[in-house]
Design a protein around this ligand. Structure first.
Ligand code: PLP
Length: 430
């Protein structure tokens, strides 16, 4: 496979951009690659690189592309919207339409604010929770990722975990001190913490953690968290940047039947354009400026192009709920077949899956904790990544991320994927 153009671009990129990339996982370092592939275009379920290679895309821009790349109706709306101008710094009717649409899918959201990224939305939610409760500390879970604002980077997942960092340099001791991190899944530790520490403003959680690889969540665990946070008057924030509109129209909170106080959204609500959003109870949301005194703003917040793409994407999902059945069934079938191959080749691997998300861990034991995710075999994952790439499939370049199945993945894509998996297993068992 010729990837020379990517190599040449990377050499230039390193001189102009730190590490040659604008988000660390993209560098392919953790899968032992000298350089990443540079993408020229995407269409439906496929990506095309600067050397003309074609790949089945299992990353889906890390979640937004639930309908695949260039979904015709979304593309058409965006083209039309471009002709109206791209940013005004003044409100538009479409922002109201998107807020109403999101509210109709998420009953816990009485009011919604839009941002330009999930990071900003999570950061603003924490600020809001602090203002609402008058308390300072926050609780997050090890391996959960809520973007890269200072207080939420402590023991975070995703790229942070990929590069084996515990804490980022450049974050003050005070911020670290105000972020309490607890193991995901350990309710007793959370209970003890909330009962003994009375300065906690919020608990923020990915209800379906997908940034330490996909980890299983138990409904009862989330229910208990809801109960104790209510009792201790601590704001419960569900970060549904990945799970929102992917697991179902109403996200993990709909699937588990749990109502958080605040919800963080992103990815799908912008249909592949820059976006984020946070919303929840009126009494909390109305503390935001200009109603209240919690500042939140953004030059491109509620950008007309992102909003138009988001409205179209959500409307398509809302009108065609069989899309969820389609992506979930496709994923389940794929995972079943991967499991058969694992058995056939006696590979020390297991697959976690939920809806249209899945992660292959090279670990014999089922991975249900961050520790087990960390101790899964990184060398085998690199072999998997490399073999898949050479066979025309791009999978997450880190063992700590999820694969994303889209509506436009077809039988051929799935077959190609399974052929790649079989070749990987043959190589591992050589
Ligand atoms: N929260 C979760 C659960 C995420 O997965 C991400 C990004 O992957 C974020 C927040 C941050 O969103 P963004 O990358 O748009 O800033």
């Amino acid at each position: 496979m010729n990837t020379n153009n990517s190599k040449i671009i990377y050499e230039k990129a390193k001189k102009a951009i730190p590490g040659g990339v604008n988000s660390p996982v993209r560098a392919f370092q953790s899968v032992d690659k000298e350089y990443p592939i540079f993408i020229k275009s995407g269409n439906e379920s496929r990506l095309y690189d600067e050397d003309g290679n074609e790949y089945v895309d299992m990353i889906g821009s890390w979640g937004p592309m639930i309908l695949g790349h260039n979904y015709p109706q979304v593309l058409e709306i965006v083209k039309k919207e471009l002709e109206n101008g791209t940013s005004f710094g003044l409100p538009t009717k479409k922002e109201v339409e998107l807020a109403e649409l999101v509210k109709s899918c998420f009953p816990s959201i009485e009011k919604l604010r839009l941002t330009t990224s999930g990071t900003e939305a999570a950061m603003a939610s924490v600020r809001l929770a602090r203002a609402f409760t008058g308390k300072n500390k926050i609780v997050k879970f090890e391996g959960c990722y809520h973007g890269h604002s200072d207080s939420l980077l402590v023991k975070a997942g995703s790229g942070f975990l990929t590069f084996a960092h515990q804490d980022s340099n450049g974050i003050t001791e005070g911020v670290v001190k105000d972020t309490i991190t607890l193991p995901f899944g350990d309710f007793e530790k959370l209970k003890e913490t909330l009962e003994s520490e009375k300065d906690i403003a919020c608990v923020i959680i990915e209800p379906i953690p997908a940034n330490m690889g996909l980890i299983e969540t138990k409904k009862e665990y989330l229910e208990k968290i809801r109960e104790i946070t209510k009792k201790e008057k601590v704001v419960l924030i569900f970060d549904e940047v990945i799970s929102g509109f992917r697991i179902s129209l109403g996200g993990a909170q709909e699937v588990f039947g749990i109502t958080p106080d605040l919800t963080v959204l992103g990815k799908i609500i912008g249909g592949g354009y820059p976006v984020g959003g946070f919303g929840g109870k009126k009494e909390i949301m109305d503390l935001i400026s200009p109603v209240g005194n919690v500042y939140h703003a953004g030059t491109l917040s509620g950008n007309p192009i992102s909003v138009a793409a988001g409205i179209e994407t959500i409307s398509i999902l809302k009108k065609n709920t069989e899309i969820y059945e389609n992506i979930n069934t496709k994923t389940e079938n794929l995972v079943n077949q991967i499991n058969e191959l694992i058995k056939k080749y006696s590979i020390p691997a297991s697959v976690n899956h939920f809806g249209s998300l899945f992660t292959i861990f090279f670990s014999k034991e089922k991975v249900d904790t961050l520790e087990k995710a960390i101790s899964s075999n990184a060398e085998f994952y690199s072999i998997y990544f490399d073999t898949m790439l050479k066979n025309g499939i791009i999978v997450p370049p880190s063992k700590y991320e999820a694969h994303f199945v889209s509506y436009v993945h077809n039988d051929k894509d799935m077959e190609k994927f399974l052929t790649g998996v079989e070749k990987t297993f043959e190589k591992i068992s050589e």
